[in-house]
Design a binder for this molecule. Structure first.
Ligand SMILES: *Cc1c(COP(=O)(O)O)cnc(C)c1O
Length: 356
């Protein structure tokens, strides 16, 4: 079976070396030494000021919204994983969907501008597939409106925009370190924030809202453990090799897949992380046929992202024609740190044969 993704696992010995440290410290969770080391190393690696390691990428989004006290209308993307919308709903926010650009698949800044009203409380969009919209323009829009700009950076670990970490744009960015992501801690995530006061608020909220015996606010449990931090410390040392293997795989797909397939357009100012390989088919019928052909050969791609989030059954929102159209026709091809040339050629041959 060739799945859309395969979690990276380091050499067991490297992980066991950290388990020995846990056994000698007997510190399993609650801001342990490995967690503090991981937070420091990630902040250095990503060149960001404050990074708070969390239980997962969804609680990171919730903590970001909570830290800014956001409820009410939030302009957001219809083209992302459902966690982006669900975290808004969970925090009693009202998602206002701004449609995406048909080639970059990120939210159009002009769409954000057209949705801004006096009741808009924040903007939350996704660096989908690690791609970027016009980040400076979005920062300007948020500043003009006097509201927080939040990015769901779950796909964007290690991406650079105009020479800076993409996580340094906006007021606050969240990331997911789930096992399927390019950098993972099995389960995990992070809140990356510029403002020291907000960073402290996120730390407080992450640990039930209390510091020692002082009960400050109605927080939540958003913590993570030493076992997860250990996986992060090991995997971080492999990030460059993982990224370059994926880059090679993406370039092989680029050169071998037939030209009829639409690819997404990457922002020219990006240094990518090669975390996904999306293709856009001409119709949903083509997509269904190709998926069937792949499954018959034991290849399982994923319909990332389908459906368009404004059409989720528990959401009542106006139409976003571009996102609805693209989400019916987009497919992510298998990509991982260990995918072989033979596996890629197999996928390419199945897809290309549909067109010949
Ligand atoms: C994976 C993902 C999340 C959720 O992350 P978890 O760590 O699984 O909670 C949120 N947003 C996007 C865009 C994702 O892809």
């Amino acid at each position: 079976m060739l799945h859309v993704t395969k979690s990276f696992l380091p050499d067991l010995k490297e992980y066991v070396a950290y388990l020995e440290k846990i056994w000698s410290s007997n510190h399993l969770t609650n801001d342990g030494p490995l967690l503090l080391e991981l937070e420091k190393k990630l902040a250095e690696f990503l060149e960001v000021e404050h990074l708070i390691f969390t239980g997962n990428g969804t609680i990171a989004l919730q903590l970001a919204l909570k830290a800014y006290n956001i409820t009410g209308d939030v302009i957001t993307t219809p083209f992302s994983y459902c966690a982006t919308t669900n975290s808004l709903l969970w925090e009693n926010c009202n998602p206002i969907f701004a449609d995406i650009d048909p080639v970059s698949l990120t939210v159009e800044s002009s769409q954000i501008a057209s949705k801004l009203t006096s009741s808009t409380k924040a903007i939350l969009t996704t660096h989908v597939y690690g791609n970027a919209g016009d980040l400076e323009l979005q920062e300007e829009l948020a500043r003009y409106a006097g509201i927080a700009l939040i990015y769901d950076g779950a796909h964007a670990f290690g991406v650079n925009y105009k020479g800076n970490s993409i996580f340094s744009y906006g007021d606050i960015t969240t990331c997911s370190f789930h096992a399927t992501k390019i950098f993972h801690t099995v389960e995990g995530g992070a809140v990356i924030v510029k403002d020291a006061k907000i960073a402290n608020k996120v730390r407080e909220l992450r640990s039930f809202g209390h510091k020692g015996d002082v009960y400050l606010s109605a927080g939540i449990n958003g913590k993570n453990s030493e076992f997860h931090a250990a996986m992060g410390l090991v995997n971080l040392t492999h990030f460059e090799e993982i990224k370059s293997h994926r880059q090679h795989a993406c370039e092989l797909y680029d050169s071998k897949l037939c030209n009829q397939l639409q690819r997404i357009q990457w922002n020219a100012d990006l240094k990518r992380n090669y975390s996904y390989y999306p293709i856009v088919l001409a119709s949903e019928n083509d997509l269904n046929q190709i998926v069937e052909n792949l499954i018959n050969e034991n290849v399982t791609p994923r319909r990332y992202f389908y459906p368009s989030l404004n059409t989720l059954p528990f959401v009542n929102a106006p139409s976003c024609p571009v996102s609805e159209d693209i989400s019916k026709r987009i497919l992510c091809l298998p990509l991982s740190a260990t995918i072989s040339n033979e596996e890629i050629i197999k996928v390419v041959d199945i897809i290309n044969s549909y067109y010949s």
